[in-house]
Design a protein around this ligand. Sequence first.
Ligand code: NAD
Ligand code: DAU
Length: 347
Amino acid sequence: MNILITGGAGFIGSHVVRRFVKNHPQHNIYNLDALTYAGNLENLRDVEKSSNYHFLKGDIVDANYINEIFNTYQFDGVIHLAAESHVDRSITDPLAFVKTNVFGTVNLLNAAKAIWVDDFSEKRFYHVSTDEVYGSLGADGLFLETTAYDPNSPYSASKASSDHFVRAYGETYGMPYVITNCSNNYGPNHFPEKLIPLFINNIIENQPLPVYGDGKYTRDWLFVEDHARAIDLVFHKGRNHETYNIGGFNEWQNIDLVKLLCQQMDVKLGRSEGTSEKLITYVKDRPGHDLRYAIDAGKINKELGWEPSVTFEQGLEKTIDWYLNNEEWLNNVTSGSYQEYYQKMYN
Ligand code: NAD
Ligand code: DAU
């Protein structure tokens, strides 16, 4: 197959590209990425010379360009990850999220439809989505595939909208699709604006750890390579026109997670116990902050035998080690415009 992976230079996308390039030499992998602040080709240095890997620099919002590459490369499959992905940025600039996450997705659907419409067999449009489309849980309960959409942030509203478009193309035009809705990922190559990599970086730099509100918000964390493995399984074996939830069975209140991270970092950095915890600073809450996300991943487990393979303690240690061993990567992404972003967001 000729497979288009969008957003392959980003956090999750780079792990998906690496997995497909290495584990599926029978497929040609085309990584399409606009290389926004979140896209980084350094993430893919180890596979960039592989004969089944190709990089295309381009913007999914540009319909002409998207149609052109579908005509040129005749993709049989699409795994769509390109997105604006940070909730806090969506609060300051919602339209950027509408453009990439909604218009961009519809451009890809149109381009796929145009070349597949005479024969949809053996074709697949895989849309990578998030558990945030379901809104917020209270103290109990889990998100199921049947949970009603109830997005609360401009980010989750744009992802919900793109999910609806994918489904609508399935119903209206017969587009063969699968959608997955995953919980919070963590691991190597995560851009340090999100909780775990930001706090690792700040601990290294002895900077405050800005915990939003009372820190009692809960997320369900999954190691990124386990997500990439789930995507591989669903792409090859998932049922057409189905949605699968993916999660870590691993809920943490932010403040407990931050304390665990501080303890592990103190050990790794040879600092005395309690040093990093002193950096914890409670700051103004995120507007519209969702209280709790938690996934019921029973469907993908039952149908495809998927489950997480890495415990949180193992995954967090691997993640910390990666950041400590990749200082240059961290320095490169936290210089320049990152500094401006950080000042604007946190000061
Ligand atoms: P990311 O922000 O790290 O990477 C996004 C990538 O998309 C970057 O490489 C960026 O350059 C590229 N991109 C952005 N706009 C583009 C455009 N207009 N055209 C082409 N490329 C563009 O994101 P991530 O955390 O890796 O998330 C990837 C996908 O997975 C997203 O769709 C996100 O909604 C979804 N998701 C993320 C998580 C998570 O915890 N990070 C969880 C569930 C689902
Ligand atoms: O649930 C899946 C989603 O997880 C993905 O769809 C998003 O793309 C991804 O960014 C992530 O969204 P969150 O908003 O949950 O992730 P973030 O790392 O931004 O925040 C995690 C929690 O930590 C959340 O409750 C907010 C809090 N937080 C975050 C930051 C950046 C803080 O307390 N302080 C911070 O500085």
